[in-house]
Design a protein around this ligand. Structure first.
Ligand code: HEC
Ligand code: HEC
Length: 381
């Protein structure tokens, strides 16, 4: 076997052709490009054709044959559920290189050199003889995640992310994406070492039993933490909330009822509704309210606000209240926004589907990081 691997990899490096047990979908491109290829820095014990390869100027060369790697799942973010512009349109077919899959099955860990390809496929049709639904149309893009902590030692977890374009014809090479654009969200929200195993049933099943148990434990303790944060949030919202609320309601429902009842209306606030400075796309027209704790802390010019600080932002569209964004400091922060509990709901009637709810929510903290202890409105107007 070793000899076969060696031949495969040498033939790849020379660009002399692609051996038949490696995929052939890019054969023609590969041959044209071979002149400026160098082999991957990281060696994984054996050369097997699954190694990431880079150009001399450090760009990742599009992998070969990812459609023949191990298929792990297909998340779907259809345009029609994302205002016509899903960040990654629309089906995401995800594959892991077979060698790393084998290691993952054995150890529950992604080894150095792991490559995961996410190929985007547009929705083609929404009805078939089988019924209504989403059916795959054309290929529309390719992203790759690579774990290589030697070449990219400054990247959290050693994970780096590449995009070969969102279109039918993929680029041949791709530059590493900035940490904030990709890595950060994977770090904070993915279940297993920057990889979203929570959405890949194949990986969940493949994981060794001990890992499965550990992960369940982690999820439960995260839920408990959110629960604690909710209790603190309610404390900050005042006695009124507890007294009014239905004992059986979840904390989130209580927060929602508190908002609907406008219990914040006696807070310090902007005098009028005004356009959001982050542009109409994100928050539309807004009016911000601070509870006493936060208002005092802002007036004192503090860089860190006390636990119990609470900000509410009414969201308006065409002069109608359409929802709320809320941030409450429920414990000391770690500098990453994890001490704040974030909540946004774009409905004034539906409790069940908030856009965001959670400590250090990734949709919120990035944009709020430049604020004063995550608060963006420096002076109420
Ligand atoms: C706001 C969070 C977020 C950001 C930012 C983000 N991703 Fe992801 N990524 C996800 C989620 C969630 C999944 C799994 C579900 C899916 O595909 O929708 C995923 C999956 C992936 C996968 C499949 C492997 C895995 O780790 O699960 C790749 C490859 C990937 N993303 C590449 C990128 C690239 C490239 C960028 C930057 C251009 C990026 N991602 C930015 C949330 C994010
Ligand atoms: C694109 C950047 C951006 C994102 C993403 C964002 N915000 Fe904001 N947010 C702002 C800006 C800018 C302000 C200041 C008021 C304004 O101009 O809208 C603000 C204000 C707020 C306020 C009033 C207190 C303050 O900091 O000024 C709250 C509460 C809030 N946002 C909550 C959220 C929540 C919850 C999320 C995530 C679901 C979120 N924001 C995501 C940019 C953003």
């Amino acid at each position: 076997m070793k000899i076969v691997f060696a031949i495969v990899s040498i033939s790849l490096l020379l660009g002399a052709g692609v051996a038949s047990n490696v995929a052939t979908q890019d054969q023609a491109d590969m041959q044209g490009k071979s002149g400026n290829q160098t082999s991957a820095a990281q060696k994984r014990g054996s050369d097997n054709g699954y190694q990431a390869r880079f150009t001399d100027d450090g760009q990742l060369i599009r992998p070969v044959g990812w459609r023949k790697w191990v298929y792990i799942g297909t998340p779907l973010t259809p345009h029609d559920m994302n205002d016509g512009k899903a960040a990654f349109p629309e089906f995401h077919n995800v594959y892991i290189d077979p060698e790393s899959f084998a290691t993952f099955e054995r150890t529950g860990e992604f080894p150095e050199g792991t490559q995961i390809a996410k190929e985007l496929v547009l929705v083609g049709s929404k009805a078939a003889v089988s019924g209504k639904g989403y059916f795959m149309g054309d290929f529309n893009g390719l992203e790759v995640a690579l774990k290589d902590s030697k070449r990219f030692k400054d990247e959290p977890g050693g994970w780096v992310y590449f995009s070969f374009g969102h279109k039918a014809e993929y680029e041949m090479t791709a530059k590493v994406m900035p940490t904030a654009s990709c890595n950060a969200c994977h770090q904070s929200s993915a279940a297993t070492d920057f990889v979203f195993t929570q959405y890949y049933p194949v990986l969940r099943e493949a994981m060794p039993q001990v890992m499965k148990q550990k992960q369940q434990g982690d999820m439960q303790s995260k839920a408990k933490m959110d629960d604690k944060a909710m209790k603190a949030a309610m404390g900050a919202m005042g006695e009124a909330m507890d007294a009014n609320s239905d004992k059986k309601a979840s904390y989130q429902e209580k927060v929602f009822k508190w908002l609907v009842a406008k219990k914040y209306s006696n807070f310090a606030s902007d005098s009028t509704v005004h356009p959001s400075s982050s542009g109409p796309a994100v928050h539309g027209d807004v009016r911000t309210f601070y509870n006493k704790k936060l208002d005092e802390s802002m007036k004192q010019g503090n860089d860190t606000h006390p636990v119990g600080s609470l900000a509410v932002k009414e969201l308006h569209k065409d002069n109608v209240l359409i929802g709320w964004a809320l941030a409450v400091k429920s414990k000391e922060d770690d500098g990453k926004g994890n001490g704040w509990w974030w909540y946004e709901n774009l409905s004034v009637t539906d409790t069940k589907n908030p856009v965001a709810a959670g400590l250090g929510h990734t949709s919120c903290v990035g944009c709020h990081a430049p604020g004063r202890d995550f608060v963006r409105t420096l002076t109420l107007n």
